[in-house]
Ligand binder design. Structure first.
Ligand SMILES: NC(=O)c1ccc[n+]([C@@H]2O[C@H](COP(=O)([O-])OP(=O)(O)OC[C@H]3O[C@@H](n4cnc5c(N)ncnc54)[C@H](OP(=O)(O)O)[C@@H]3O)[C@@H](O)[C@H]2O)c1
Length: 347
């Protein structure tokens, strides 16, 4: 079997999760290099890595480059992605830079694997909140076209990267000790014991950039620009694992039982929605929670129920590890699919 020269660009929350995922899934690596802004030694899961500074020449001889650098003009993707592709690497990029670029497929392997066929050197990984939602909605959309999605998210701080994890940790410790917190550095307001209904910057229409990502990316992945998507994205004081309350309307009615059956059969989805009578509460059910989804690969779905007033309406609760399926795992799955389809030249 071919083996591949792999570069992971970015050594933060997602980059480290990529290193773990590549090792856990035994990706056929020939040589692995880890690139970031600055060189140093780093230990992840007991393995030590020599991090090197990202310069164009580092991409010579790389077969596949998994990008997990920060967003923006000075981010790794803007500076190095086409450069890496030009030097022969297939780039899988986690940033928002290329997601809506017509030259770049935006892929969730369970939803639109065939879009890989038209890549021109860069493949984009969708936003974490979009990935878990479209992953769970795809089997329902295949059964009967989804016409409307109303989604509210409850997003963990790890989605903002390592500095945000530290900010929640430090604020929580100070607040529990009854002390004043330092001025927030990552978020605009206190995140400890609070909820922030703002992810990304505000646009003139009052929606945030994260909310518009969920609209545009859902359309591109499901190949249907007519789906009426209306999101509210909220940052909550959870370390890891995004949750979403999702309401959909479909062209034909899908019952809650049928939805659970379709979801349970779909790759990577785990339904957690069983009746679990307990003393004092005979109607108690199981449901997904971020503390249980964290560290797991699946997208979990529960609280599936029919709308009491709209015949074609369904509600559900979708939870997934934003660093894994929402970022690193999805990227590695794309790499695995390229290998399986014979689309990656190895050695
Ligand atoms: N966290 C999530 O759940 C999630 C989910 C989906 C997508 N994403 C996206 O994934 C990317 C990485 O996010 P993260 O949470 O891992 O961020 P992070 O924890 O802040 O880490 C960012 C990493 O990028 C490196 N970097 C920044 N600019 C660079 C440059 N010009 N050249 C090379 N390396 C550079 C940094 O290098 P140094 O270590 O040397 O500073 C750092 O290692 C972002 O685009 C983010 O939007 C994140």
């Amino acid at each position: 079997m071919d083996r591949f020269n792999v570069a992971v660009v970015g050594a933060g929350a997602v980059g480290q999760e990529m290193l773990k995922t590549l090792a856990e899934r035994n990706f056929p690596i020939n040589e692995l290099k880890v690139l970031a802004r600055s060189a140093r030694e780093m230990t992840v899961d007991g393995r030590s890595y020599q991090v090197r500074e990202t310069v164009p020449e580092e991409f010579d001889g790389v077969d596949i480059a998994l990008f997990a650098g920060t967003e923006g003009e000075s981010g790794a993707s803007k500076l190095f992605a086409w450069e890496a592709a030009g030097r022969g690497a297939v780039v899988i990029d986690n940033s928002a830079t290329f997601r809506m670029d017509d030259r770049v497929p935006l892929v969730v392997p369970e939803c639109n694997p065939d879009d890989l066929a038209w890549h021109k050197g860069i493949i984009a990984n969708p936003n974490c909140s979009t990935i878990q939602m479209v992953h769970a909605l795809k089997p329902l959309h295949d059964r009967s076209r989804i016409t409307r999605i109303v989604v509210s998210t409850y997003q963990a701080v790890s989605g903002t990267g390592r500095d945000a994890i530290t900010e929640l940790h430090d604020q929580s410790a100070l607040l529990v000790a009854g002390k004043a917190i330092d001025p927030p550095a990552v978020y605009p307001f206190q995140i400890g014991f609070n909820c922030l209904p703002q992810i990304g910057g505000f646009r003139p229409d009052g929606y945030t950039s994260e909310e518009w990502k969920m609209v545009a990316e859902t359309h591109k992945i499901l190949g249907d620009n007519e789906i009426k998507v209306t999101p509210t994205t909220v940052r909550v004081p959870v370390y890891n694992g995004h949750s979403e309350s999702v309401y959909i309307e479909t062209e034909e009615k899908i019952t809650a039982d049928e939805a659970r059956e379709l979801l349970a059969k779909f790759p990577g989805i785990k339904v957690v929605d069983d009746l679990k009578p307990t003393e004092g509460d005979p109607n108690c059910r199981t449901y997904p929670m971020p503390i249980e989804a964290s560290g797991r690969d699946e997208t979990f779905v529960g609280r599936v129920r029919e709308d009491p007033f709209i015949a074609t309406g369904l509600n559900m609760w979708i939870v997934s590890d934003n660093l894994r399926k929402g970022a690193a795992l999805n990227a590695v799955q794309i790499a695995e699919l390229l290998v399986a389809k014979g689309m990656l030249k190895g050695r």
